[in-house]
Design a protein around this ligand. Structure first.
Ligand code: 5GP
Ligand code: ZN
Length: 146
């Protein structure tokens, strides 16, 4: 796997071929304002290596990227006293709303429950038997470390 992909929009942001409002950068990660700013301060954190999604991370890359997220999250929060919370979202695959296939974490500041960001968790707990949940659990267990 090459480090950067010349056809990737976020790789071009890493190399500054596409400008960005960068809020944090080091040798391994870059954080910049999302162009669409669902809520003010919406920031994307990306690894400085072209990986499409979470399924391509190894432990080292995950440790490197995740290590920086709390610090960036606190800076976003501190920058605006109106921020009351934050959703951290990572979309993987088109079905999960991923549109840029260079892995990224959305740090979405929240101002009110009616601001311009939403997530929907449907309660399907009545639809599963303990046996079905055990089957799902065991299937996942059997693939750890694949
Ligand atoms: P996804 O849907 O893949 O989880 O999120 C991709 C995000 O990248 C979107 O929220 C979109 O606004 C943002 N985005 C796409 N192109 C650019 C760009 O050129 N610059 C910046 N800063 N953000 C971008
Ligand atoms: Zn890329």
């Amino acid at each position: 796997m090459s480090k950067l992909d010349p056809d990737c929009i976020f790789c071009k942001i890493i190399t500054n071929d596409i400008p960005s409002y960068t809020v944090y950068e080091d040798d391994d990660v870059k954080a910049f304002l999302d162009i669409s700013q669902g809520t003010p301060g919406h920031t994307l954190v990306i690894p400085k290596i072209h990986v499409a999604n979470i399924f391509e991370y190894d432990e080292q890359l995950a440790a490197t990227v995740f290590a920086k997220i709390p610090m960036i999250a606190r800076a976003i929060q501190a920058a605006n006293p109106a921020i009351k919370g934050m959703n951290i979202v990572n979309n993987n695959g088109e079905v999960a709303y991923q549109s840029v296939f260079h892995s990224h974490f959305h740090l979405v500041p929240r101002y009110t429950s009616k601001d311009d960001f939403g997530m929907f968790f449907k309660d399907n707990s009545a639809n599963y038997t303990p046996e079905q949940l055990t089957e799902i659990q065991e299937s996942i267990n059997s693939h750890l470390g694949d």
